[in-house]
Design a protein around this ligand. Sequence first.
Ligand SMILES: Cc1ncc(C[n+]2csc(CCOP(=O)(O)OP(=O)(O)O)c2C)c(N)n1
Ligand code: SF4
Ligand SMILES: [Mg+2]
Length: 302
Amino acid sequence: MSKERIKIAPEFYDIMPPEYQDLVNRATYGKEDRGWKDIGSAKELIEEHSLCAGCPESMAFRYILASLPNPEDTVMVGSTGCTSLVFPHVAVHNIHSLFGNQNAIASGLKRALTVRFPGRIKDVVVLAGDGATVDIGLDMTLQAWFRQEKFTTICFDNELYANTGGQESGLMQKGFVAKMAPVGKTFDKVRLPEIARESGCHYVVQCTVSKPSLVEKVIRNAVHVAREIGPTYLQLYTPCILEIGKNSMEGLQEMRDSEKPTERFAFKEFVSEPAKQLLAELAAKDKEKKAAAKEQLAAQQA
Ligand SMILES: Cc1ncc(C[n+]2csc(CCOP(=O)(O)OP(=O)(O)O)c2C)c(N)n1
Ligand code: SF4
Ligand SMILES: [Mg+2]
């Protein structure tokens, strides 16, 4: 979606919904320094969502949309689950894929976009739940990584199948009892970040979404590395407050408790050598740009 294509004919301006007017007038598309701080002032990100009140997936979704470096030329691929409920409200191109097929769809899509738009950057970002990523879609997830497909996979890890009432997933903790898994999980949480690294991902992060600035940084890194080098994987803890018996105000504290250094969602990052080099180059360019902008401002004020 290019901002140039969504102008409103002046004759129709006053009858367009305010959300649409806002999208056209105040969208952050094309703004170089867009980020999580734009949440709250730009409706394009998400005006509303249909998840449970206080669901951390909704926070994560906002931070991701705000952090995409190239939103007008990004296609997100979703999968069935609570995550998919937000997509209808999102002003970024998106495709809903059959449960578990998301990385296969994204592989074909990324290749097709590369052929159809040579010389133009088109980013593809998969967003799926843990059931879709590690259980039913694991084959497609891994095969895309083995083939070095150039897109980012994001897993919203809430450690169960939330949308269907709480069944066990591979990312559930050992011993956890859920509404639809009364016996309790008998084996350990699958170590998908380690598997991603061994399967060829060039940038892998596991974290919670308690800090928007951190989410912004890892999303940008993951998208840039996927664009230039190869597959990237982010596993974000977005607890299902409904299934773990928390109320809508308690999701943030749950994430803070789970990201302590000894806990299962302590920050983990792997960066391959080529990805390290790329990120260092991007950081140097960013620094140069900021210094030039500062100099320009100083010259204007003098
Ligand atoms: C092919 C297919 N198999 C099963 C389902 C049923 N189904 C819908 S959502 C879901 C669970 C989703 O769990 P997860 O991927 O962890 O996402 P969450 O809802 O937890 O965000 C399942 C099994 C389906 N819709 N399609
Ligand atoms: S069921 Fe859980 S994951 Fe789904 S919207 Fe509600 S709190 Fe979020
Ligand atoms: Mg889940």
